[in-house]
Design a protein around this ligand. Structure first.
Ligand code: PEP
Length: 258
């Protein structure tokens, strides 16, 4: 982390877990345990039906609520889909875009780019996920692959909008597997992502962009990961479903930095 230049964000991704009633119960409990430090932003990205309960529970706190996906279109005949302006009206602040689980369901780089633009147009914060497979890592093409994903996701995103974007580096082989990238592995890629942003925009923007690590981050490994200069927070799946573990990760983000 480098709090001098950029925000730290600890964001939960609940995936397809918890009902609206469970959301209310969980977040009320979490509210009572929330660390008092003000070093980092906190978010819960929850299933769409849980958004109203989450927004109500976290009202007047510094916790933002996010969606896990949205449609790139503003409205129309897209049965079952949710537009970014609907998420705004529901009280969301963040939207996860391009999670590898959605890419595995057929979401393309072009889809991700269209969603990023729709989310930014609605004045929400996209948490743009990128990451390599184990095979790509073993072939030694991690950085090229991720550079391509980022260039594609941010295609047409101007300097006035990029400031709102959060990038999450999530190696696919580390998501939900209990296999975490080592702090050095995660830092290497997050640093390479910042270099891509520098090339696409400029040094000031690269220095200010928040880059998260995601992939089996938990209360045990968070401190070491977050101690790395280019890792500005975490996108956390499994451990965000447990209030005590999530609080410990937030506390790890409150560690002193240089
Ligand atoms: C995720 O879903 O974005 C994620 C990182 O999951 P987990 O923490 O469970 O690996």
């Amino acid at each position: 982390m480098n709090r001098k230049y950029r925000k730290t964000l600890i964001a939960g991704n609940w995936k397809m877990n918890k009902t609206p009633s469970e959301t209310k119960q969980f977040l009320m409990e979490f509210k009572g345990m929330m660390p008092k430090g003000r070093w980092c932003d906190i978010a819960f990205c929850v299933p769409a039906v849980c958004i109203p309960a989450a927004v109500r529970a976290m009202r007047e706190t510094r916790v933002g609520i996010g969606a896990e996906n949205c449609n790139a279109n503003a409205s129309g005949a897209y049965t079952g889909e949710i537009a970014a302006n609907m998420l705004v009206d529901a009280g969301c602040k963040y939207v996860i875009v391009g999670h590898s689980e959605r890419r595995a369901m057929g979401e393309t780089d072009a889809d991700v780019n269209a969603k990023v633009k729709a989310v930014l147009d609605a004045d929400l914060v996209p948490i743009v996920c990128v990451g390599e497979s184990l095979e790509q890592r073993e072939l030694g093409i991690t950085e090229e692959w991720i550079a391509m994903q980022i260039k594609s996701a941010l295609n047409g995103v101007g300097e006035n909008k990029i400031k709102k974007v959060v990038i999450a580096y999530e190696p696919i082989w580390a998501i939900g597997t209990g296999k975490t990238a080592t702090p050095d592995q995660a830092e290497e890629v997050c640093c390479a992502i910042r270099a891509v942003i520098r090339k696409l925009y400029d040094a000031k923007i690269a220095r200010a962009i928040t880059i998260l690590y995601g992939g089996s981050m938990n209360e045990k490994n968070a401190f070491e990961l977050l101690a790395k200069l280019d890792i500005d927070g975490g996108l956390i799946g499994g451990a965000s479903l447990d209030a005590e573990k999530f609080v410990k990760i937030i506390e790890a983000a409150n560690q002193p930095t240089t």
